[in-house]
Design a protein around this ligand. Structure first.
Ligand code: FAD
Length: 415
């Protein structure tokens, strides 16, 4: 097969990959989107669905290094570790915790803002006029606290949000339950962020976007990419378990599974799975008026088509172990505490893998002049920032130029 100078292979059909593929197609490229599994069934399947435009604070808050061990042992804190995984985790964990200081938190926050702050507009621009319109619901995004003291504990986070342009409206006391009757009596303060949104079925949305890609002339193949063929340092093909695909460029949108392919291109990315969980409560007796982050349990609650989805938890335990019981029990307990009248007909329980580089910033950009572009490592904000990432990568590949400084996302920092 001769090399098609216009052909780009996008590897990975999660929210980042489908968004990138669509923007590349719209820029006139021949696009093949390749996934080893079904479209939208990686981490993009099970997230909380929130377009968290104000999601600019990394998990590595100042002081986490000192508090971490205590939090791991605290049954009321949503941080879990499969202890047998600790030796493997340790080098990554040390680097990760080295960012838990104020200067790094502020720097990371600026980087995250560049990807997430205009999320709702980016999603709407991706779907505008297509069959994938209609999956996005405009909504407030509310941070729910016990009281003013608990809210004050997150002062730095709200300062960072304010710097990114998001100032909450505060609702207190009885007004909280006028705003959201389903919340339990333990919630006494809501910090309401206007102009946010959510996706009512994240996997369905990614699959609908894949159909948009095909309708616009792109192609989708199911195959596992096992190697990248370079000639004089430039990509000439991706090698899959189904054969070779000649191409002029490729995008690694392979989420938490990106490490081996990145390594072939000379990157040693400290990438871990931040395991997370969701429970969907089917036929719920309550319907929320907005989306919520319940601060005490650090989970989000989103009214989805399939029911009320509660999602969150950070667990370290690698990519291969099955779900653990304790995080799911924690989630169930905290949902009951915060939505005490909730009744339902059944549940879906799921665990997935947030792609977590140690510095909490995604990798976006060309890898060592190879014609292969990174688009992975989106931690907690991949659904939010996927379409923007896709547009930026398409602009880089087509040399259109971007209007933001991309140095914070440079994959070369892990060369
Ligand atoms: C519990 C939980 C709640 C979350 N809530 C939110 C939220 O509310 N809002 C938000 O913005 N984010 C949220 N996230 C984070 C978000 O889900 C992720 O950041 C995002 O889904 C990552 O998307 P992706 O496209 O990079 O990866 P994925 O969706 O994982 O897609 C990667 C794809 O690459 C494919 N692949 C991998 N390797 C290969 C290979 N070698 N060959 C071919 N294919 C390959 C995989 O099969 C997969 O389909 C949450 C995550 C979790 C776990």
């Amino acid at each position: 097969m001769t090399k098609n100078a216009n052909q780009i292979v996008v590897i990975g059909a999660g929210i980042v990959g489908v968004s990138t593929a669509i923007w590349l197609r719209r820029a006139g490229r021949d696009v093949i989107l390749v996934d080893k599994g079904a479209v939208g069934m990686g981490t993009s399947y099970g997230n909380g669905g929130i377009l968290a435009a104000c999601g600019v604070a990394p998990v590595t808050a100042p002081g986490l290094g000192a508090k971490g061990p205590k939090l791991l042992l605290d049954p009321n804190f949503p941080l879990f570790l499969r202890w047998s995984y600790l030796p493997k985790l340790l080098p990554w964990l040390m680097k990760y915790l080295s960012h838990a200081n104020e200067p790094d938190t502020r720097r990371i926050s600026k980087g995250l803002a560049g990807i997430v702050a205009d999320s709702v507009e980016q999603h709407k621009s991706l779907v505008n006029g297509t069959s994938a319109e209609g999956w996005i619901t405009d909504s407030d995004y509310c941070f729910a606290y016990k009281d003013q003291t608990a809210f004050a504990g997150d002062a730095l986070t709200f300062e960072l949000r304010q710097q990114a342009g998001f100032v909450p409206e505060i609702i207190k006391g009885g007004a909280v339950h006028d705003y959201e009757p389903a919340l339990g009596p333990d919630i006494g303060l809501l910090a309401v962020m206007k102009d946010h949104g959510y996706i009512r079925n994240p996997a369905g949305y990614v699959q609908a976007l894949a159909q948009v890609l095909v309708a616009e002339g792109g192609e989708i193949r199911q195959a596992e990419v096992i190697d990248i063929d370079l000639t004089d340092g430039k990509i000439s093909a991706v090698i899959t378990d189904q054969g070779r695909i000649d191409c002029a460029g490729a995008v690694l949108a392979t989420g938490v599974w990106s490490k081996p392919l990145a390594k072939k291109l000379g990157l040693n990315v400290p990438l871990e799975s931040e395991r997370g969980y969701h429970v969907v409560f089917k036929d719920p007796s309550i319907h929320l008026n907005a989306t919520y982050m319940i601060a005490s349990g650090k989970f989000v609650a989103t009214p989805m088509d399939a029911g009320l989805r509660c999602a969150g938890i950070v667990e370290f335990g690698g990519l291969t172990a099955g779900p653990s019981k304790a995080p799911l029990a924690f989630l169930h307990k905290h949902v009951k505490l915060n939505f005490p009248t909730l009744k339902y007909s059944g549940v879906e329980e799921w665990h997935g893998h947030r792609p977590a580089p140690t510095d909490s910033l995604p990798l976006i950009g060309e890898i060592a002049g190879s014609g292969v572009f990174a688009g992975f490592g989106h931690h907690h904000i991949g659904l939010t920032g996927g379409p923007k990432t896709g547009r930026l990568i398409a602009d880089l590949i087509t040399q259109k130029g971007t209007n933001i400084d991309l140095s914070a996302y440079d994959p070369g920092r892990f060369a």
